[in-house]
Design a protein around this ligand. Structure first.
Ligand code: DSN
Length: 420
């Protein structure tokens, strides 16, 4: 293969070789981590521009550095595109990633020691939703809700009871391992009753919302927080969106409250991704992600797998491997050797520890970006089944056989930036 990054290869061959190895890995494997994707060539190009070279503390028209003639227009484009795509009054496109975006929300609406509420991490929430080891659970009093053990669905009785008893300043809904549609209206009612600011963290499902494949939180919540690199298929970054009344508080919290200069190359790539997400082809993509996940869930159920909540409404499937008698971590590592990249994950009420849990989490955003369709999902389920069985049996040859089959299929489905 010729070096695709000639300057990098000439200056730093060691680093260039590692990038090349990652490109081959991404090309040859079946990437099922639900928070990952493949960005377009246009997003890749925007991320690698001279916009890297510019400092722009402040906001368009109100900067602390001169020379912003182009940067102001780029950030304004990103902001206007976010507002149009999600139907919001205000968008801040500067957060470096999801965790700083969420931290900015706390900074805007709470003070250290205040009570905040979110879904517990082992139930499918996120570290920054008030979980103990996160700054959000140590600087604030984090109150946590979960899902019902019998259904795997959010326990709205518990959410309401806790919200009214604890009166949190901020309530987060959304998470990282929720396979079902989030009822933003139900959260909205509870937050209003409790007098809390409601934040929808839609990092996982932002692309589905943009593409009309998941209901929007916008009519029901005060703030929408999202990363830009998951189903939205942009660069690694984040955005905060809100009604006009919260615009000032959020902007002030992001800068100067929490961050310095925005990453302008990322802002540009976010603008490109938002433009792409506004096209009819992206609506098709979002619906195809969900159709693939549903087909994959059906195929896994047919093979006797236990899925939390019994299936999926979105891009994500949470598998409890307890009945297969293979721990999640052992399965995930074996599947990795088989060319199927997943992550081990706790399942609700997991009797095992987070670093060695019972489940694996998979999703369809990446394989859908490469063009795989519902007709391929029986094959994907069969490979997962063979991989998990081989993990249990310690059969390394079986894993290598799956790896070769996976690589053969993936070769027919190229992705931007990857060697063919
Ligand atoms: N790390 C993200 C995920 O994988 O869901 C959440 O921050």
């Amino acid at each position: 293969m010729t070096a695709p990054h000639p300057a990098l290869a000439a200056t730093d061959p060691e680093l260039a070789a590692l990038v090349g190895a990652e490109e081959r890995l991404q090309a040859e494997t079946l990437r099922l981590i639900p928070s990952e994707n493949y960005v377009s060539q246009a997003v890749l190009e925007a991320s690698g521009t001279v916009l890297q070279n510019k400092y722009s503390e402040g906001y368009p028209g109100r900067r602390y550095y001169e020379g912003q003639q182009n940067i102001d227009r780029i950030e304004t484009l990103a902001v206007e595109r976010a507002k149009a795509l999600f139907g919001v009054d205000h968008a801040n496109v500067q957060p470096y990633s999801g965790s700083p975006a969420n931290l900015a929300v706390y900074l805007a609406f709470a003070r250290p020691g205040d009570t905040v509420m979110g879904m517990a991490l082992p139930m499918g929430g996120h570290l920054t939703h008030g979980w103990g080891v996160s700054a959000t659970g140590t600087w604030f009093h984090g109150v946590q809700y979960g899902v019902r053990q019998d259904t795997g669905l959010i326990d709205f009785d518990q959410v309401r009871e806790l919200a009214l008893k604890e009166r949190p300043k901020v309530i987060f809904c959304g998470g990282t391992a929720l396979p079902r549609t989030i009822d933003f209206a139900a959260f909205g009612e509870i937050a209003r009753e409790a007098g809390a600011v409601l934040v929808a963290d839609v990092a996982h499902i932002a692309g589905l919302i943009a593409g009309g494949a998941h209901p929007s939180p916008v009519p029901h919540v005060d703030v929408v927080s999202t990363t830009t690199h998951k189903t939205l298929r942009g660069p690694r970054g984040a955005m905060l969106m809100s009604r006009e009344e919260h615009a000032k508080a959020l902007d002030k919290a992001v800068f100067p409250g929490l961050q310095g200069g925005p990453h302008n190359q990322t802002t540009a790539a976010v603008a490109v991704a938002l433009h792409e997400a506004a096209q009819p082809s992206f609506r098709h993509y979002a619906h195809a992600v969900v159709a693939n996940a549903k087909a994959l869930a059906e195929a896994l159920l047919a093979r006797g797998f236990d899925l939390v909540s019994g299936g999926t409404d979105n891009h994500l499937i949470l598998m409890d491997l307890t009945p297969k008698e293979v721990p999640g971590k052992i399965a995930a590592k074996a599947l990795d050797r088989a060319g199927i990249v997943v992550n081990y994950n706790t399942v609700p009420y997991d009797p095992r520890k987070p670093f060695d849990p019972s489940g694996i989490r998979i999703g369809t955003p990446s394989l859908t970006s490469r063009g795989l369709g519902t007709e391929h999902m029986a094959q994907v389920a069969a490979w997962i089944d063979r991989g998990v069985a081989a993990a249990g049996a310690g059969d390394e040859d079986a894993l290598l056989t799956v790896r070769a089959e996976v690589a053969e299929l993936m070769a027919a489905f190229p992705a931007p930036g990857l060697p063919v």
